[in-house]
Design a protein around this ligand. Structure first.
Ligand SMILES: *Cc1c(COP(=O)(O)O)cnc(C)c1O
Length: 381
């Protein structure tokens, strides 16, 4: 179906085409100089010492868990209101995800109080997720982690370019993970990145993404090495030169695009407040500078979400839900107990959340169209 206003959209132009063509003409497609440049630029942008590119954020989260030493018997605390990859990464290592609640209607990020309530002798770490690119309460989460000797991994898939207290999200914890999937703020198709200030983690991550090998095909092509050893059980989680070339162009556009998103977010916020105050827009007066990755709203209790989404669809507007709580998926409910009493905000809000279209090239008229379409349903309700 062709949407009049899709949920998200790419902004590719001649620069991306040229970047991809240059790689193809160079004759070298697997990890090489372009990837090295992308990693260097991404690290500089985030003011972090090491950036390690991988094939996806899911791969990044998996390697981050291995690097900090998460394994069988360990528990890792994370929000249930996130994409399933955040929790899958924990399961890949043999550890168990333990779900914590979100703060409330105005803040859909993980609650520090709920984290503390879930800590046991088996807890090894915390994975936070910066929902919609809005910062989790990192100062308090880091404090809890230090008190209990826990690792902090940041799922910053929504938060490329976000900051809190002038420090980029993804660089607060031990390791940060980003996604370059087609609907994110920086797009390479599939792709991801890890960042850390710890040189030992960086070395381990570079090994793990490439079969634990001590030299790369690129090094051997350059004549720097003629053989290799395998020093750990690694994976093929490598990015490639075409994606890295796209990533470099997209990184150069990131700040401008994120600024556009924030302007659009404010426009939505004001119009919704004026025309349909019954609809709540979370993250009012939230600290930090958000990447404004998605545009969540919370419907009034008496509005049928399915009918609401159908009605917007009839106007050609694509909407989505972020997210069904992870513990409700069959693959989780079969194996992991979630204490639903302690997850009451997640329970209520996940039933009432709807995500509206958001992308840099969305314009004011389109936002007016979306808000009028919302007004129509809410007024008829
Ligand atoms: C998109 C996303 C991921 C997964 O990213 P991939 O690059 O597709 O593996 C993980 N966590 C969150 C919160 C996401 O939005």
């Amino acid at each position: 179906m062709t949407w009049r206003i899709p949920l998200s959209n790419t902004d590719f132009g001649v620069e991306e085409e040229d970047a991809v063509n240059n790689v193809i003409r160079s004759g070298w497609l697997t990890m090489g100089e372009t990837t090295q440049a992308f990693e260097r630029e991404f690290g500089e942008y985030n003011d972090v010492s090491h950036a390690v590119s991988v094939s996806s954020c899911t791969a990044a989260l998996h390697l981050a868990c291995i690097a900090v030493g998460i394994g069988p018997g360990d528990e890792v605390i994370l929000p249930a209101l996130t994409f399933v990859a955040t929790a899958n990464a924990v399961r890949y290592t043999g550890a168990s995800p333990v779900f914590a609640d979100i703060i409330g209607f105005n803040d859909l990020t993980i609650s520090p109080d709920s984290i503390e309530a879930q800590i046991t002798d088996h807890t090894k770490g915390i994975i936070v997720m910066h929902y919609a690119g809005h910062a989790c309460d990192m100062p308090n989460i880091i404090k809890i982690a230090q008190e209990h000797d826990l690792f902090v991994i940041e799922d910053a898939a929504h938060a490329i370019g976000s900051s809190l207290n002038n420090k980029k999200l993804g660089t607060w914890g031990d390791i940060g993970c980003y996604s370059f999937f087609s609907n994110k703020n920086l797009i390479t198709g599939e792709g991801g990145m890890l960042v850390t200030d710890n040189p030992e983690y960086a070395d381990e991550l570079k090994g793990l993404r490439s079969h634990g090998m001590t030299s790369l095909t690129w090094d051997r092509h350059q004549g720097h090495s003629w053989s290799y050893d395998v020093v750990s059980l690694g994976y093929n989680y490598r990015i490639d030169e075409i994606r890295s070339a796209l990533g470099r162009v997209q990184l150069a556009k990131l700040d401008e695009n994120n600024t556009k998103r924030r302007v659009l977010e404010n426009k939505y916020r004001q119009m919704l407040e004026d025309l349909v105050p019954e609809v709540e827009v979370p993250f009012t007066s939230h600290p930090g500078i958000p990447a404004a990755h998605i545009m969540p709203i919370i419907l009034p209790e008496d509005v049928d979400r399915r009918k609401f989404m159908e009605s917007l669809k009839a106007d050609g507007i694509q909407t989505s839900i972020h997210y069904p709580p992870i513990y409700k998926f069959q693959s989780y409910s079969d194996k992991y107990d979630a204490d639903q009493h302690s997850l009451s905000n997640t329970e209520i809000i996940s039933n009432r959340e709807v995500t509206l279209p958001m992308y840099p090239n969305l314009n004011s008229n389109e936002i007016e169209f979306v808000v009028h379409s919302i007004q129509k349903v809410i007024t008829l309700n």
